[in-house]
Design a protein around this ligand. Structure first.
Ligand code: F6P
Length: 501
C-alpha cells in the first residue's frame, strides 16, 4: 500500500448492498449519473458516501487533478517512453498545437475519402483493413456496432497471422474492387505486414496491374510506409503521442469513416469530447470515470477481486468486451509504479465477458454461486437495433435488469445447493441509443476510467513493454540462427516442423 489512505479504505465497513439501499432512500439518485445520453447506475456497488469521500481524499493525495491536467494538456506523462498521451487532442480536448495538428490530419483523411468517393483511384466497393490490437479492435468493434447493412462498402478487418483469417476474405472479395488499408502505428508489426504482402500477391495474381496503387496506410511512421511502397498521397499519419489502444480517434478509423461516412467519425469525436469535458470539469464524487475507478479499486484492493466481467445486452456491442480487454489490461497490467518500484497493489483486473442473454446460460452460474466475487458490468441500449417488434427487446432488457437485481438480492434457501448468497455488485450502463455520438462518449468514459485507475495505482498506463519479449522470441525462433531456446520449446518446434528445422 502506498498511502495510509489505503488503510482507511481497507477498514471501511462492509455494509451489504441491500442495507445501503435501506440506509439511503436517495441512493438511486445519488449513484445514478447521466452524461451524453448514457445513464450510469453505480447504486448496486458497495460505494457509499463514506467510501467516495475516502477515495476522494486518496485522489487528492495522489494529485489526480494535476495528473488529469497533465494528461489533457499534453505533458509527457508516459514517463517510461518520454512522451505525452494525446488521444483526447484528436477530439479537440488538449494542448492547442496538438488539437490543431490532429484537426489537420483529420482533414487530410476526409480529403482522401472524398477522392476515393469520386472513383478516380478505382471502382472500390470492398475494403480489407489489416491491423492488429489497437490498429484493429476499435474500428472492428465500432463497425459492428454502427453498421446498418446497406452501406456501399463491405469491410473486412483481418488481424491474425493465421491464414485462416485472411483466406475466406480473399475467396469472397474481388481484387479489382478492393481497397487495401494497412493500419499499423509502427508499420513494423509482423502479422499486419505478412497479411499485407499476401493481399498484394492475391491482387497481382488476379490481374491487378498496380496493387500498391490500391493501398492506403494509416500510421505514425509514414517514412516506414513510404519505404514499404505506399504512395505518400495515400498515407494518413497520426501523432506518435497517440497510443495504439487509444488510436481509434485518429486516422486508424479511416476504414470505418469510409464505410459509414465521415460524419459518423465526426459524431464519434464529438461524443468523446462531451465526456472529456465532464471528466475535466466535474468533482470526483460526481465524476463518472472517477466513480467507476473508485469502485474498481474498492473491489480489487479491498475485496480482492481479480476479475471484472462485462456483458453487453446488445448483439451490436459483441466486440466491446474484447476492445475493453486490450484497453484495460494492456494499460494497467503492470507490476511497477511510475518510479519503477514494485507495485504493492493489485493491478488491472482480468477483464472478461460476453453477450447477454447468451452468457446467462453459460457462465452466470459462477457469478451467482461461485466462490469468486466478480463485479459485473451490464450494458444495454434503450433503442433496439432491429425491427422485430417489442417482445425481443423487452425480453432482452428485462433479463439484463433481472440479473443485476438477482446478483444483489440473492435468495436464501435451507438447501445449500439452491442458496444464492447475493450481495454481488454490478454497474449498469444504459444508453438511450447506439449512435456514433453515444459510443464516442462511452469509449472516452472507459479511457478516462482506465487513467484514474492508473493514477490510484501510481502506474504508467501508456507503455506496454510486456508484449515485447514474446515478439523477440518469435523472431529468434524464426531466425533459426543456431541459438537454442529451452528444451520444451525446441521439442515443440521439432514436432511441428520436423528435425533440423
Ligand atoms: O503488441 C502490442 C501492440 O504494440 C499494441 O499496443 C498495438 O496496438 C498493436 O501491437 C499493433 O501495433 P501497430 O499498430 O504498431 O501495428
Amino acid at each position: 500500500m502506498t498511502s495510509d489512505q489505503w488503510q482507511t479504505i481497507k477498514a471501511l465497513p462492509q455494509t451489504p448492498l441491500v442495507s445501503l439501499f435501506d440506509e439511503d432512500p436517495d441512493r438511486v439518485a445519488n449513484f445514478g449519473l447521466e452524461q451524453a445520453g448514457i445513464y450510469f447506475d453505480f447504486s448496486k456497488t458497495h460505494l457509499d458516501a463514506t467510501a467516495v469521500q475516502a477515495f476522494d481524499k486518496l485522489a487528492d493525495e495522489l494529485d489526480l487533478a494535476g495528473r488529469v491536467n497533465a494528461l489533457l494538456s499534453g505533458e509527457p506523462i508516459n514517463v517510461s517512453e518520454g512522451r505525452a498521451a494525446e488521444h483526447s487532442a484528436e477530439r479537440g480536448t488538449g494542448n492547442p498545437a496538438s488539437v490543431d495538428n490532429a484537426a489537420m490530419l483529420h482533414q487530410r483523411m476526409k480529403s482522401l475519402i472524398e477522392v476515393i468517393e469520386t472513383g478516380v483511384l478505382g471502382d472500390f466497393t470492398q475494403i480489407i483493413h489489416l491491423g492488429i490490437g489497437g490498429s484493429a479492435l476499435g474500428p472492428k468493434m465500432l463497425h459492428q456496432a454502427l453498421k446498418l447493412g446497406d452501406e456501399k462498402y463491405e469491410l473486412a478487418v483481418v488481424s491474425n497471422i493465421d491464414g485462416a483469417a485472411l483466406e475466406p476474405v480473399l475467396e469472397r472479395f474481388t481484387a479489382a474492387k478492393t481497397l487495401l488499408v494497412v493500419a499499423s502505428k509502427t508499420f513494423t508489426t509482423a502479422e499486419t505486414l505478412l497479411n499485407a504482402h499476401a493481399v498484394l500477391d492475391w491482387m497481382r495474381e488476379d490481374g491487378v496491374a498496380d496493387p500498391l496503387g490500391q493501398v492506403v496506410a494509416l500510421t505514425a511512421a509514414p517514412e516506414q510506409a513510404v519505404e514499404w511502397g505506399v504512395d505518400e498521397t495515400r498515407i494518413l499519419p497520426f501523432s506518435e503521442t497517440v497510443g495504439g489502444r487509444y488510436s481509434l480517434w485518429s486516422s486508424i478509423s479511416f476504414s470505418l469513416a469510409l464505410a459509414l461516412g465521415y460524419e459518423a467519425f465526426e459524431d464519434l469525436l464529438a461524443g468523446a469530447a462531451t465526456m472529456d469535458q465532464h471528466f475535466r470539469d466535474t468533482p470526483w464524487a460526481k465524476n463518472i470515470p472517477a466513480l467507476a475507478a473508485f469502485a474498481d479499486q474498492y473491489y480489487a484492493q479491498v475485496r480482492g477481486c481479480e476479475t471484472r466481467a462485462v456483458f453487453a445486452y446488445d448483439e451490436r456491442l459483441g466486440l466491446l468486451p474484447d476492445y475493453l480487454q486490450q484497453l484495460e489490461m494492456e494499460s494497467n497490467g503492470k507490476s511497477v509504479t511510475l518510479d519503477g518500484e514494485p507495485l504493492a497493489l493489485q493491478s488491472s483486473p482480468i477483464v472478461w465477458g460476453g453477450i447477454g442473454t447468451d452468457a446467462q446460460h453459460a457462465v452466470f452460474q459462477l457469478l451467482h454461486q461461485g466462490s469468486h466475487l466478480v463485479p459485473v458490468e451490464f450494458l444495454a441500449v434503450v433503442e433496439p437495433g432491429h425491427s422485430l417488434g417489442p417482445a425481443h427487446h423487452h425480453g432482452l432488457l428485462l433479463n439484463c435488469f433481472a440479473q443485476g437485481a438477482a446478483l444483489m438480492a440473492g435468495k436464501k434457501s435451507d438447501d445449500s445447493h439452491r442458496n444464492y448468497p447475493g450481495d454481488r455488485p454490478s454497474v449498469t450502463i444504459l444508453l438511450e441509443d447506439l449512435e456514433a455520438r453515444s459510443l464516442g462518449a462511452l469509449l472516452a468514459f472507459y479511457e478516462h476510467r482506465t487513467f484514474v485507475n492508473a493514477v490510484l495505482l501510481n502506474i504508467n498506463p501508456f507503455d506496454q513493454f510486456g508484449v515485447e519479449l514474446g515478439k523477440q522470441m518469435a523472431n529468434a525462433l524464426a531466425a533459426d540462427d543456431g541459438n537454442r531456446l529451452d528444451a520444451s520449446t525446441e521439442e515443440l518446434k521439432k514436432r511441428a516442423f520436423g528435425p533440423g528445422q
